[in-house]
Design a binder for this molecule. Structure first.
Ligand code: PMT
Length: 410
């Protein structure tokens, strides 16, 4: 399976005859759904022109560290932060050596030092160079530092010799990069996620709603699927496509979301409530459009069911994770909700901060559970969702054995 939906890949290309294969690699990464930015070393540009990679990636190619224009577009620190993964393919013997000694004398080496994302290299070189003690030591050191080493393959080399040193084929590299995200941490578990807003009708044309775009919940659903879970996503009205490998059930109102959740919950191991569910609905929605008569209009609102609290109160409740949309005292209010709703975990976001929370591409979460808390600093929602899912998996597995499907932990 090679699905890289919404993944940001920095592809580093270093000097070597295998650089021509990286053009195909860009194409295949994009076909798998990745957004690809290419960074080339100076010697790589002797083998393939930046224009080729620009055309294939649909983005300008970065080649120098101190290019004022490039730094303005997306400088090395921005690129390092942007990346979900940095893949260097081909990685020459010289580049491996510079990476091993922590060089920061060109854009690609600096970026590898500056990124918090996983770094993978696909070595390509003459077989003697690969077998040389210096390269062997460099590769051992890089591996010990957590750098992924993909390949090399054995076979006929451009220099006419036969042996190890060929860059892995692009399809193989795409599979391996995909594998970095397929953590398997929730393999075989069933996860139910709610996302988006609910809309409560006032009359046939008007409703009470909120600004939830669904981005956070959809990212959580995708991250759970990537972690190997069987995911059902119950979604209010949003403008997003269903994440790959999830089953989506569309609803409109809080009552419909409640009913859909309750119909599915019996089979679930984990419930994650990321939806912004309306707390009130109009007691009696008008059957016809309400006419404007210049007078004040009074609507009687009645509470909607609290879905999360209802799930957590089930006798055989799944592992329950709530979200909390707060505007002040974030951690304190989150803890109050954690206790009041009887949850296993809560992820709180400060929706008063510009650029995060509702309808934003980024978020920041304070995650609390009984006896612990973790700050997940501001980041794109898809990356944050992966961190949250790995934290949920950690906590979930701490409270369940492998045989236990998780319905009796409390
Ligand atoms: O969708 P986005 O634009 O990406 O924005 C993401 C988000 C801000 C909506 C998301 O990160 C978030 O905070 N979701 C929860 C919003 C919310 O309703 O928070 P709350 O503090 O009011 O509710 C607490 C919890 O109870 C939530 O898990 C909510 O789903 C649940 N709830 C609330 C009311 C209700 N009637 N039923 C519920 O299940």
């Amino acid at each position: 399976m090679t699905d890289l939906s919404s993944k940001r890949v920095v592809l580093g290309v270093t000097g070597g005859i295998a650089a021509y294969k990286s053009a195909d690699l860009v194409r295949r990464l994009r076909e798998a759904g990745a957004d690809v930015r290419v960074v080339m070393t100076r010697s790589a540009t002797e083998f393939v022109t930046p224009l080729t990679f620009q055309a294939l990636s649909n983005h300008p190619v970065a080649t120098t560290l101190l290019d004022a224009d490039a730094e303005q577009a997306m400088g090395h620190i921005a690129l390092a932060r942007w990346a979900d993964v940095v893949l260097v393919a081909p990685a020459s013997a010289n580049f491996l050596s510079r990476l091993a000694r922590g060089a920061a004398d060109d854009l690609l080496s600096t970026l590898c030092l500056a990124t918090g994302a996983p770094v993978a290299v696909a070595p390509a070189m003459n077989r003697q160079m690969w077998d040389n003690r210096a390269t062997v030591d460099n590769v051992t050191l890089l591996r010990s530092r957590g750098i992924y080493i993909y390949g090399p393959a054995e076979g006929m080399q451009a220099c006419g010799e036969t042996g190890p040193g060929r860059m892995l084929e692009p399809a193989d590299l795409v599979r391996r990069v995909t594998g970095l995200f397929a953590t398997g941490r929730l393999a075989g578990r069933r996860v139910l996620v709610t996302a988006g807003p609910t809309l409560e009708d006032i009359d046939p044309v008007r409703f009470i709603g909120n600004r939830s775009s669904g981005k956070m919940g959809y990212a959580v659903a995708l991250a759970a699927a990537e972690a190997g879970a069987n995911v059902v996503l119950i979604s209010g009205p949003v403008a997003l496509p269903a994440p790959p490998r999830t089953r989506r059930i569309d609803v409109r109102t809080a009552q419909q979301m409640h009913d859909a959740v309750m119909a599915q919950i019996g089979a679930q191991d984990i419930f994650i409530g990321a939806a912004a569910v309306a707390d009130y609905r109009v007691a009696q929605a008008a059957e016809q459009k309400i006419k404007k008569d210049g007078q004040a209009l009074q609507l009687t609102l009645t509470p909607t069911p609290d879905i999360l609290a209802a799930v957590a109160a089930l006798p055989d409740a799944p592992f329950c994770v709530g979200f909390a949309a707060e505007t002040e005292a974030v951690a304190q209010n989150a803890r109050t909700k954690l206790a009041a709703k009887g949850l296993d975990m809560i992820a709180a976001n400060n929706v008063a901060v510009d650029g995060i929370g509702f309808d934003a591409d980024e978020n920041a979460l304070t995650v609390c559970w009984r006896g612990g808390a973790r700050e997940l600093p501001r980041a794109p929602k898809d990356r944050l969702a992966r961190e949250l899912i790995s934290l949920i998996a950690e906590r979930y597995h701490e409270t369940h054995t492998t045989e236990d499907t998780g319905r009796t932990h409390r």
